[in-house]
Design a protein around this ligand. Structure first.
Ligand SMILES: N[C@@H](CCC(=O)N[C@@H](CS)C(=O)NCC(=O)O)C(=O)O
Length: 202
C-alpha cells in the first residue's frame, strides 16, 4: 500500500489519537505539519471545516474527523480485543466519555486564548464542571478496573490518555492528580510506551 498522509499538528489531541493508532497498527504514514490557526492552513484544500486531523488515502480519498479516521484504521487493521458486540459497546461507551473530555478541554482552551476582555467566565465554569463530573465517574470506575473496557487495553484507554495529557499540557494549573488517585494511576500505565512518548504534545 502506498503511504497514507496525515495532516495535523503536534499539539492536537485528536491528531495524537490518530498518530498513536497508526503506530500501534504498524501503518506507515507521512506527517504533514499544519497550523490551523494560521492565515492559510494547508488542510483547507482538503477539509472545508479547516480542521485537523485529515487523512489523505493512497487512492486520493480524504477522510476527516478523528472518529471516522479511527474507524477506517480499525477496518484496515482490526483491534483484536473487540470480538463481540457487547465488548464493542463497552469500548464505545467509554470512548465517548474520553472524546467528550477532549472536546470539553479544547473548548476551554479556545476560550483561554481569546483576548482577556472577551473571555466568558461562565463558559470556563461550565466546561470545568463537565470535566469534574467525568473525572469523578472515571475515577470511580478505575478504582476497580485496570482498563476502561472489558479489562483490556483498547482505543477507549488510548483516547483517555490523549485527553489527560492534553489537560496537563493546556490546563497545567489544574492538579487533577491530587483529587483523582485512580486516574493518576491509570495515566502512568501508558506514559512509558514508545507511541505515547513519541507523540506527547509539546
Ligand atoms: N471532531 C473533530 C475535531 C477536530 C478539531 O477540532 N481539531 C482542532 C485541532 S485540536 C482544529 O482543527 N481546530 C481548528 C478549528 O476548529 O477551526 C475530530 O475529532 O477530529
Amino acid at each position: 500500500m502506498s503511504t497514507l498522509k496525515l495532516i495535523g499538528s503536534y499539539t492536537s489531541p485528536y491528531v495524537r489519537k490518530v498518530r498513536i493508532l497508526l503506530i500501534e497498527k504498524n501503518l506507515p504514514y507521512e506527517f504533514i505539519l499544519d497550523d490551523v490557526w494560521g492565515a492559510q492552513p494547508h488542510v483547507m484544500q482538503f477539509n472545508p471545516l479547516g480542521q485537523v486531523p485529515c487523512l489523505l488515502l493512497p487512492a486520493g480519498e480524504v477522510l476527516t474527523d478523528s472518529r471516522s479516521i479511527a474507524e477506517y484504521l480499525d477496518w484496515l487493521v482490526p483491534a483484536s480485543s473487540v470480538a463481540h458486540i457487547n465488548e464493542r459497546l463497552e469500548v464505545l461507551r467509554w470512548q465517548a466519555i474520553a472524546e467528550g473530555i477532549i472536546d470539553t478541554s479544547v473548548k476551554y482552551r479556545v476560550e483561554q486564548i481569546r483576548p482577556p476582555a472577551l473571555q466568558w467566565q461562565d463558559w470556563f465554569i461550565r466546561q470545568k464542571d463537565k470535566l469534574q463530573r467525568c473525572f469523578k465517574a472515571l475515577n470511580q470506575h478505575l478504582a476497580t478496573h485496570t482498563w476502561l473496557a472489558n479489562n483490556q487495553y483498547s482505543v477507549a484507554d488510548l483516547t483517555l490518555q490523549c485527553a489527560l495529557n492534553f489537560i496537563d499540557f493546556r490546563m497545567g494549573d489544574w492538579d487533577w492528580r491530587a483529587e483523582f488517585a485512580h486516574l493518576k494511576r491509570f495515566e502512568t500505565q501508558l506514559a512509558n510506551q514508545t507511541a505515547y512518548i513519541e507523540t506527547m504534545p509539546k
